[in-house]
Design a protein around this ligand. Structure first.
Ligand SMILES: *Cc1c(COP(=O)(O)O)cnc(C)c1O
Length: 451
């Protein structure tokens, strides 16, 4: 692999093209079949069905090509069919697809743990355990923290998203659509105020002060000595791409350390070069006790990981952690290849370049239109928060309309946020600059057309 090339080779032409109206006939037919067999609870935001995807392009079954600014929710950072990932998967499936690491182990699991210890922050002794989904990683991080500390209470934050299983629903903040009707939820979860600079009543509040607000609440409402873990997304994902004020994370991590509380960074969405560093905590030099990782880790194959201090992970009794599929050999091979691609093509650098290209344009757009309250994010994890002009009142309607207008022009963008008023940009990190620029043209026009 050449390190000179800017991106892995693309198979599909990196160009947006929509043939007339869509969904086309084949997607329409699949939609009808789907309605008869797939549960309504699984919703799709885009009404077309995929036939192929590569680099920054998703092609549908009717031959339309869309620019992908979602990466399957921050998963395909190396592209949807990175040649190195495809090769690694092919080679692995020709030998064995599964044996179960808890029965007959294999090298890929170990090699991936070694690699994760290299790229995660901190030079302390580490241990890793692999799972399938982000939610499963978070559940297990909590199991480990409780087992190692002998304490029950877990602190999570306003606007948090940690998954859809019972424990992770309890950790997730937003009721609809994630929690409504699905209780009762796991106990001993305490929700604390996030640092959300744009919506802070006191605009002068520093990150350290926002952390002290949390610390005081933990001391008064839970007791530090009852608290097993503080679980936080260093940049919140589904909650609205909320970047806490500078100093918030370091202060919390430092206090947790002084009280024997396990500081868990949920890097499931923000990890693997997405924000311009391997992990988002690195922007402020924070070294978590435990990190949860998934999404971008394996080029689209289902895999997640919990990596943390050896003394914490090794506190769990033998047999206490695991799962039939955790650390599947094909997924491990894909992850090793994906991480190699991240290194070979400096995808952290690419993420920073995406920020450099996009942010000035988005800021200009905010200035010109008055409907964007804040442009925020790091690297290629960027967001626009839409408000009613002259206020901070969330505008979910315009957000939806903009996403729909972009889609109509062949650009897939995702929304998020507690108030449904955030457009988030999560392009594959390998996206070409011309394609990105074309997508931003479409987004800008969509915003201006709403005025
Ligand atoms: C997506 C996400 C999860 C859940 O991951 P799944 O693989 O969907 O279970 C957990 N934490 C964060 C921060 C996420 O973005």
């Amino acid at each position: 692999m050449s390190t000179q090339a800017l991106s892995p080779a693309y198979r599909l032409e990196q160009k947006r093209s929509i043939n007339g109206t869509f969904p086309g006939p084949r997607s329409t037919e699949l939609n009808a079949r789907r309605a008869a067999v797939v549960a309504k609870g699984v919703a799709s935001s885009v009404p077309v069905y995929v036939s192929d995807a590569d680099g920054g392009i998703i092609r549908d079954v009717d031959g339309n090509s869309f620019i992908d600014l979602g990466s399957g929710i921050a998963v395909t950072s190396v592209g949807a069919s990175d040649p190195a990932v495809v090769d690694a998967v092919k080679q692995q499936v020709e030998h064995f697809t599964h044996t179960c690491f808890m029965v007959t182990p294999y090298e890929g699991y170990i090699a991936l743990a070694e690699k994760l210890h290299e790229v995660t922050p901190g030079d302390h002794e580490k241990r890793t355990v692999l799972f399938n989904s982000g939610a499963e990683a978070v559940e297990n991080a909590i199991k480990i923290a409780r087992s190692a500390t002998g304490r029950d209470a877990v602190v999570a934050f306003d606007h948090a998203y940690h998954g859809r299983t019972n424990l992770t629903m309890a950790l997730t903040a937003k009721a609809m659509p994630y929690k409504t009707g699905f209780g009762p939820f796991a106990s001993e979860i305490y929700r604390m105020p996030m640092s959300y600079p744009f919506r802070e009543e006191n605009a002068e509040l520093t990150g350290a002060e926002a952390a002290d607000r949390v610390i005081l609440a933990i001391e008064k409402q839970i007791g530090a000595d009852q608290t097993a873990a503080i679980l936080i997304e260093p940049i919140q994902g589904e909650g609205g791409f909320i970047v806490p004020a500078e100093g918030f994370l370091p202060r919390l991590a430092e206090w947790a350390k002084s009280k024997g509380i396990v500081f868990i960074a949920d890097e499931v969405q923000s990890g693997f070069c997405r924000t311009g560093e391997w992990f988002a905590v690195q922007h402020e030099g924070v070294i978590p006790d435990i990190m949860t990782m998934a999404k971008g880790i394996a080029g689209g194959m289902p895999l997640s990981a919990v990596t943390g201090r050896a003394e914490l992970l090794d506190a769990v009794h033998a047999g206490g952690l695991g799962g039939t599929y955790g650390g599947n050999p094909v997924a491990c091979a894909a992850a090793l290849a994906a991480i190699e691609t991240m290194e070979a093509f400096d995808l952290s650098g690419r993420a920073r370049r995406i920020e450099e290209l996009a942010v000035p344009r988005l800021q200009q757009l905010a200035e010109d239109t008055g409907v964007i309250g804040e442009v925020r994010g790091r690297g290629a994890m960027l967001a626009l928060e839409f408000v009613k002009p002259g206020t901070k009142n969330p505008d979910a309607d315009i957000t939806k309309a903009i996403a729909a207008a972009c889609l109509a022009e062949g650009v897939i963008i995702l929304t998020c946020g507690t108030y449904g008023n955030v457009v988030r940009l999560l392009p594959p990190l390998v996206i070409g600059e011309e394609l990105l620029s074309d997508a931003l043209d479409v987004l800008e026009a969509a915003v201006r057309a709403q005025l």
